[in-house]
Design a protein around this ligand. Structure first.
Ligand code: AHR
Length: 515
């Protein structure tokens, strides 16, 4: 967590004002010193043509026996609607750089079939295309984020897709859109220029990609009422050179943001580890790797600050989350994995970190929405379940568009084998109505923690709480029992004069709201 000078000063003030016998676990929040808005887009999502994310997860087609609204699964739609998701990224991922958008328009029965070479070599029948994607985001009332094809596409192809989607007038692409049943343009904003161009998107060098970006971005036109927010394909994890070169070689006025991908893998790429079968040390190693996001962002931000001290170019972590070995007896190309209380902590820690970096991080997209990697939702035929990760996004909703509050935390440590980390992880924000939102994760599997919260700069006193815990670190929901890990009301706190004493249960995520 960023430990600010201000935070240190606040802690000193707290000590001088009588708290000389400091307990270990203290949180100081100054509610009148927030400056930065936490963009709601930090709570964004990602849906790729991969495994059963789109087909079976979101889209079953209008003729399916599974309950659907015009082809979209009703249960999945309702769950995402309830979460108020701010955006949805599509169509990939690696798939984006082999996707030719014209294959996915016009009558579904006439659309060409292709091989999804990245993901299991299965047949892609293109029945979910541009119109189907926008139909879904319109139902959800969420912002679309499209990633265009740089790797195997052309400048002309991308330029025409933008015209098809955004131009309101007479033109070949606008006319084609109208012929396909959509009169009004969708007028979208978020546009990614390629995906992982250092890898599956074309194995380019940063210098080569920077030049390609300049060409593609030039012809991805702004149309009246539809100015694009252009996102350059950013670094893989700790490839700081990629960030440095893009900042140097791309004129800053040509990009609004650059992306960053970072996955939390307990083991290594060959032997990633099981989603449900892990010991305490592997659990803590996973969380420590998730917590590395803080340092990772700082390191990329330092490079960006050199060229853009005013932080105009934003960071978009458009792929993050856990990546384990696939579940036994499932297609290795489908990246289907279970999701336990451990994943809830990865989400809680990561979202706290994004909140703390809100001055540079404008958007983030969990990989992925349904049935892939750290999913919000899993489905099996007509059944579906909400994962612990879904519940963390639900708990953290109050942070969306709220103002980040500077905070300073001291925490007990938790240790297993060679791995040691802070047991507590927090972030706090101020909503427009004056409510202070405090999200607290206690990753210690055994010990509850007595936390003293010093809340300055507000008269708010009325506290409500919700929390997530479960019997075991690997507890998860199943298609037969969706309530093993679910949100409950939390009230184990009390005011002691001006200090809020909170008993944070072992292995729990809490969100307190102080009004
Ligand atoms: O999310 C799965 C894959 O991970 C994406 O397609 C790719 O961009 C990344 O390597």
């Amino acid at each position: 967590m960023k430990k600010t000078l201000l935070g240190g000063l606040m802690m000193a003030v707290a000590m001088l004002s009588g708290f000389t016998t400091m307990a270990q676990n203290k949180l100081v929040i100054n509610a009148d010193q927030g400056k930065t808005q936490i963009s709601r887009h930090i709570y964004g999502h990602f849906s790729e043509h991969l495994g059963r994310c789109i087909y079976g997860g979101i889209w079953v087609g209008p003729d399916s026996e599974i309950e659907n609204i015009n082809g979209y699964r009703t249960d999945v739609f309702e769950a995402l609607k309830a979460l108020d998701i701010p955006n949805l990224r599509w169509p990939g991922g690696c798939f984006a750089d082999e996707y030719h958008w014209t294959d996915g328009i016009g009558p579904r029965s006439e659309r060409p079939k292709m091989i999804n070479t990245h993901w299991g070599g299965v047949t892609e029948d293109n029945s979910f295309g541009t119109h189907e994607f926008f139909g879904f985001v319109e139902m959800l009332d969420t912002e679309p984020y499209i990633t265009g094809n740089v790797g195997s596409g052309s400048v002309e192809e991308m330029s025409k897709w933008v015209e098809y989607i955004n131009f309101d007038g007479v033109s070949p692409m606008a006319d084609l859109r109208k012929k396909n049943g959509r009169e009004e343009p969708w007028q979208i904003k978020y546009w990614g220029v390629g995906n992982e161009s250092w890898g599956c998107g074309g194995n380019m060098t940063p210098e080569y990609y920077a030049n390609e970006y300049r060409r593609y971005a030039t012809f991805a036109r702004d149309y009246p009422g539809a100015k694009l927010y252009k996102i350059a394909g950013g670094a893989n994890s700790t490839d700081y050179n990629w960030t440095e070169v893009l900042m140097q070689k791309i004129p800053l006025h040509m990009m609004d943001a650059m992306s960053l991908h970072y996955y939390t893998i307990p083991g290594n790429w060959r032997d990633k580890g099981s989603s449900t079968d892990f010991d305490k040390e592997e659990y803590l190693t996973t969380l420590q790797k998730a917590a590395f996001m803080d340092q990772l962002l700082t390191n990329h931000e330092t490079r960006m600050d050199k060229y853009d001290p005013n932080k105009r170019v934003k960071l978009i972590v458009d792929e993050w989350g856990t990546w384990y070995d696939v579940e036994p007896n499932t297609n290795p190309g489908f990246l289907y994995q279970q999701n336990t209380l451990r994943d809830a902590f990865v989400a809680a820690i990561t979202l706290n970190i994004f909140n703390q970096h809100a001055d540079r991080v404008h958007m983030a997209n969990l990989a992925q929405t349904v049935n892939v990697l750290q999913a919000l939702i899993l489905t099996e035929d007509e059944k579906m379940l909400l994962t612990p990760t879904y519940h963390v996004f639900d708990l953290y909703k109050p942070h969306m568009d709220a103002t980040l509050l500077p905070s300073y935390l001291t925490s007990d440590k938790v240790k297993a084998g060679d791995t040691e980390m802070d047991a507590l992880n927090v972030s706090s924000s101020l909503s427009d109505d004056g409510t202070v939102n405090i999200s607290i994760a206690n990753v210690d599997p055994e010990n509850a923690i007595d936390l003293e919260v010093f809340l300055h700069g507000t008269d708010a006193k009325e506290v409500t709480g919700r929390y997530l815990t479960a019997p075991a670190l690997n507890s998860h929901n199943s298609f037969d029992d969706n309530d093993v890990v679910s949100i409950e009301a939390f009230d184990d706190f009390k005011w002691n004069k001006d200090v809020l004493d909170v008993k944070v249960p072992a292995k729990s995520v809490i969100v307190l709201r102080v009004k």
